[in-house]
Ligand binder design. Sequence first.
Ligand code: ADP
Ligand code: ZN
Ligand code: ZN
Length: 747
Amino acid sequence: MPDQEESNHGESVLRVAVPLPLRQSYDYLPPADANLTGFRPGCRIPGCRIRVPFGRRKLVGFVLETADRSRIGRDQLKPATALIDSRPLFNPELFELLHWSADYYHHPIGEVLAAAMPALLRQGKPLHEEVTFWSATAGPESLSGRARRQRQLLEFIAESERVTRAELIDAGFSPTLLRQLLDKGLVRERTQPAPTPSAFTPLQPGSRERPEPNEEQIAAIAKFRAAGGGFRSALVNGVTGSGKTEVYMRLMEDELAAGRQCLVLVPEIGLTPQTIDRFRQRFALPLAVFHSGLNDSERLQAWRQAHDGSAAILIGTRSAIFTPMARPGLIVVDEEHDTSFKQQEGFRYSARDLAVMRARKENIGVVLGSATPSLESFQNAEAGRFLRLELPHRAGGSAPARLRTLDIANEHIPGGLSELALTKIAQHLEAGNQTLVFINRRGFAPILHCPLCGWMAQCENCSAYMTVHAQPPCQRCHHCDSTQPVPNLCPVCRQNELSTSGFGTQQLEAFLQREFPATPVLRIDRDSTRGKGKFRKLLAEVDQGEPAILIGTQMLAKGHHFPGITLAVIVNADGGLFSPDFRGQEQMAQVIVQVAGRAGRGSGRPGEVLVQTRHGDHRTLGKIINSTWSEFARHILDERRAAGMPPFSHLCLIRAEAADRDAALSFLRRARRGIEAFGHEKQVHFTGPMPAPMEKRQSRYRMHLLLRCANRPALHTVLGVLVARLDELSAPGDLRWHIDVDPIDLL
Ligand code: ADP
Ligand code: ZN
Ligand code: ZN
């Protein structure tokens, strides 16, 4: 091949991406000391890390491709400093996925690649640990008699041929002594990568006990298997407690028995310790867990086990979607509706969507599961793009919880809970059961105000009200974390009548403790679980099963199995009904159904769910309470279709923020002006620029420009042009803008 010959003469140019917010790649010559044969095309240099000089800095970049020519003159090209990897970190399919993500999310490839790696690899550490050892190059006679210790060390090294640092220290020799021998050239130092561990031993049948699947599970498993090998995608839509996890595990068994790895994505590991425990108990196989509690070297180690194929099962939160697998078999996304799968900063990707794209590129299976699938995934199943696996009944034989609304429109409820709710709580406690009270507000009360003049406590830095906290007493902004003491007098009218409105977890805790003095009241929110092990400790207390009241936020709605809970009370369902966010109703329905899923999971103790509302006759609320998820989803999908909203169209949000409100606004105005005609041609619909619903946050003004289009390729064509324009527009130095493709957070 002529190409090869050319590069044999050292003609190769390396196209390198650097981890900076720059959309272009940079050309380098191979490092001066490089073995040129290693740079032949076909030798898979692309995907390897490389150290390069960049301005005055040294960066760890990525070779994107090799080429035989550059737009830059050869005499201007700089050589790279050193190639770090001898083989690509990412297999070609995953590397392609990362390229695809950079295009799709319009994010610089260098930053995408950096985000896909653990910190130590970003810093240029070798993937495999290296062992350094020393060997003697001369005999002890070459040292004078005075250097007794040096002589002893040299003898020691000569005896064992090669010595590692640990062996030296064990034998009582100091590193200084070794350095002296090195300086005299009497010993030689060599470094070699540690041997790569072997692939895991495939799953042996009958190694652990497992339940016999029920008929619905059997059908679901069979349907997935019938799709054969290669790429296939499925949505497991199963009610809470229907045994979705059992279905995942059976499908994983197929792969594990064939020696292929499985990647399981879960929303937040800290919140789902039980899930991890179940995989551990079920499979006698090496498991690598990626969670926020890992330090850098533990994280690298887990990554390496996945990369080398020594770990069979990889469990992690959203960023684990980028973990390489030596022998990929299956990807599972549990609780696929959870918004934590969307990265909300920097490189804004959806791990759930990437899971499907990755499975396609790696030609493997992907299973998304939820009791409350996102409307995007639900619609994919409707349209036949996903296999639909349904589990409409609970597995353990327990009956589904009974939901009903509690209309509190005409009731004065000083403690946040209606009379009927309190009576029900008392009944369930007397029967020896536990109760869950759900409220999506931490703190004591969401608003501090003066009833005389109408003043309300607002954050100085954000367009938001201050939340009143009782422990410790203060007012705090949940968006910038600034705190202030609670004033005694109204700062405007100087009267002593300040009061709070609305309820938070702390207020409910105090109220319920007064109402039920003999019952433990456990508050579970971000404040009460701050600190290592606190969450687990609270969960353990609940697990004791004694009658108790749990008060909790979203944290409690996620996948826990509390057999003692028979009653769940949702304090206020109305926020979601009238949310400015078009996903408000979907998200509220997910919360209600998931919270309801916590009740009545112990067999023989049916669950009951009360939903407090001031709009008991609201149609959507009725749908949530009285229908299956599929019926509810179709109802909302009809509305979305009529409004041309996702999943029937695609959104992209451009956000600009600056200390100067007008600067942010005019920046986006100029951007829109430049793209408008082309956008309209492509049927792209523009909204804004306009202030974000939360206009000010942390003292910066936030402006939105929203693009919507029914045709995804058209939207992306327009985005490509828009991004180029945004890159060119001059803006004040403090202005920051970013692009959010398929945004979830529209605040
Ligand atoms: P989901 O993930 O759908 O919420 P789980 O997988 O947690 O449901 O299952 C709920 C409970 O039912 C668990 O205790 C599980 O062990 C049990 N279970 C699941 N499948 C079966 C089965 N086929 N037979 C008996 N128990 C089952
Ligand atoms: Zn006042
Ligand atoms: Zn604030």
